[in-house]
Design a protein. Structure first.
Length: 351
């Protein structure tokens, strides 16, 4: 009689799944395990490559600051207007087309992509720092500190984000992308703060925190040296999702006219400027929209990959072949068992 295990018998065996999982990570450090899990997420890996290519293209094509790129046309200012080629439709000279003033749309989209990326990362930096500080202090000290910080957090959450963003956008002037992004970061940190607080409430009861406290470590050292590294998974995952929300918020505010303003350029501002040309010259509208969607999707996929990498509860379902192979190893075939000389399997000896 064969001892082979059918796929149906092993599909949902948790012991076999755990055995396969432990075998795959045997001898690997935590960083290697996280990297291995992230690289398995094809969508996240492809998104990292696409986002890197978009960033490189935006920076090198039209340059940054005083450095000029390899593209022949400038997005705005003196020399931006050029004679219309092919009526402004996409051509070999202007692959993204031209607007009614003869400005090259590729150059303007690349400059807008730079601005939107600067805002996105500025929001991520400010919101992450504030979320970590507020959440860590609230979860670690609890009591009056927790009540005060969480009530302030609830106050920010109850206010409409689009209204607060519009007010802060008008206050920032709309010409400096980094400043505008910092202002938006001041209203997007509460969700991260609540998540960090929850993690710290759980971590402060762990044995390693008690051991550090008994060893004489200060509260600051316990928070930033012992507890924060254990919460880094939640922080990184939610920061990537925050970046996606930031670029969509910037697009909405610029579209409404309370975000980035001319002569600066952002993707949302381009959509606002060219919305009237949607029916007659759709390329003016679709190109900035395509880059907004691409950046947002890339950041979301990267966040999903990081969540799968850092969360130990996220497990890959092994293939049927791996499940069956693990079951055979767990229960070897009768021919591989020792015999007592008569052909029957020998009983295990007792000490």
């Amino acid at each position: 009689m064969s001892n082979a295990i059918s796929p149906q018998d092993s599909t949902f065996d948790p012991n076999v799944e755990n055995q396969i999982e432990l075998k795959e990570v045997e001898g690997l450090s935590q960083n290697q395990i996280v990297r291995r899990r992230f690289l398995r997420h094809k969508g996240a890996v492809i998104s990292v490559v696409v986002l890197a290519l978009i960033t490189i293209l935006a920076v090198t094509s039209v340059g940054f600051g005083s450095w000029t790129g390899w593209w022949n046309f400038v997005p705005s200012g003196q020399g931006a207007t050029n004679p219309l080629v092919n009526g402004g439709a996409p051509s070999s000279v202007h692959p993204f087309g031209q607007d009614e003033a003869g400005r090259d749309i590729f150059a303007r989209v690349m400059r807008g992509t730079q601005t939107s990326l600067i805002i996105m990362f500025s929001v991520g930096l400010i919101a992450t720092v504030m979320g970590i500080v507020v959440g860590a202090l609230s979860g670690f000290f609890r009591g009056a500190t927790d009540s005060l910080l969480m009530r302030f957090t609830d106050l920010i959450i109850t206010m409409p984000v689009i209204v607060l963003g519009a007010v802060l956008g008008l206050m920032s002037g709309g010409n400096n992308a980094a400043v505008f992004g910092a202002f938006l970061g001041l209203i997007l940190w509460p969700p991260l703060a609540r998540l960090v607080r929850g993690e710290f409430l759980s971590l402060r009861e762990r044995e390693f925190v008690d051991a550090a406290r008994v060893a004489g470590a200060s509260n600051t050292r316990i928070i930033f040296k012992h507890m924060l590294p254990n919460a880094v998974g939640v922080i990184i995952v939610n920061t990537t999702l925050l970046l996606s929300s930031a670029i969509l918020l910037e697009t909405s505010l610029s579209y409404l006219g309370v975000g980035i303003k001319s002569p600066s350029i952002s993707l949302g501002l381009l959509i606002n400027d060219y919305q009237q040309a949607f029916a007659s010259r759709p390329w003016l509208f679709w190109w900035p929209g395509a880059f907004i969607v691409s950046i947002a999707l890339c950041v979301n996929f990267i966040g999903d990959g990081l969540r799968d990498a850092f969360d130990p509860r996220q497990k890959r379902i092994p293939s049927l072949r791996k499940m069956a192979r693990a079951r055979r190893i767990e229960r070897p075939l009768p021919s591989t068992r020792p015999t007592d000389g008569t052909g029957a399997a020998a009983e295990p000896s007792t000490p």
